[in-house]
Design a protein around this ligand. Sequence first.
Ligand code: KG4
Ligand code: ZN
Length: 367
Amino acid sequence: MRILGIESSCDETAVAIYDGEIGLLSHEVHSQTEIHARFGGVVPELASRDHIAKLLPLLKSILEVGPFSIKTPPQPINETILSSIQRASIQGIAYTAGPGLVGALMVGASFARALGFALQIPAIPIHHMEGHLLAALLEDPAPKFPFLALLVSGGHTLLVSVNGVGEYHILGESLDDAAGEAFDKTAKLLGLGYPGGPALSKLAEEGDPNRFSFPRPLTDRPGLDFSFSGLKTFAMNTLKTNLNKTSTDSLHQLHADIARAFEEAVADTLFIKCKRALKETKLTRLVVAGGVGANQRLRAKLRELESMQLCQLFFPRLEFCTDNAAMIAFAGYLRLKASTITERTSQSENSLEIIVRPRWSMDTLHT
Ligand code: KG4
Ligand code: ZN
């Protein structure tokens, strides 16, 4: 079975093709960073418009330069996208139906459903965080079920007990800012551009780990929820307190030291909560995914759990931590194979109804 995946929930347009027997055939991501950078964050309307502009060219590109071009003769310029998809033997179209920006989601959903309707193949709505969660299964070795998943993205921080596809139990989540959001806001405070996470992380490499110590929020009480908004305030206060004692020459070092202390605090907090969750659930595998999962300090810290023999650790490759369509195509494949499309989907399967869910809890997913 061969599935086309489409991702457009935020500021990345992505397409991919996954084949059940061969694996991932091709994937492409177009990042909108340049468009949003000058505004210091994602502008939803610009995101939607760019998804509209990029989806079709990206799809054409993977159909033309992917492995199909080897198996099939060069395609004539005027060949329609529909016949290209038919020739590529696509049997289903998975798309991100939520959570995310409503306009951005609508672009991918309309595109996928229209193609599905025209080709009379299923269009499969996928939960973006389920895509992140399953991305580690694209790797070799893949984690076996059950496992604990730490999902750390720009919009969510979740600890999930995973028993199988669609069998998710949320153990803890962020009560305010997500980990990625805290990275982005703190980066902004330090005068770093958007997207903030990777920039802050780079600056932190120059930071002195012993100059400041930031709190580890909610670790001094039981439970597995997170709260990261206080860290951003702590960073702001640290900056204010030290600014007037700092010469222009050492301003860069002050920023780097704050970045370092912030990053250590996030990594350590996530480490403490994962350790606690592993002990409470007695799960022995930990999957880490989502954009912040690309953070090297977090990866190094979590490896300590492996050294302590508390778990076996699984990360998707870096490009599959951040938004991509490979994870969406793969999730669609698993769901279609198991015919685990939710009731809501099957109801709308034969209609032209297009539903997106900007807010959508993983707890409501089932097989
Ligand atoms: O999963 P993702 O690509 O998109 C969402 O679903 O939100 O995650 C994006 C988030 C952003 O907040 C970004 O700053 C953060 O992941 N991020 C990082 C790193 N790479 C991306 N944060 C810290 N260190 C990184 N290397
Ligand atoms: Zn994401």
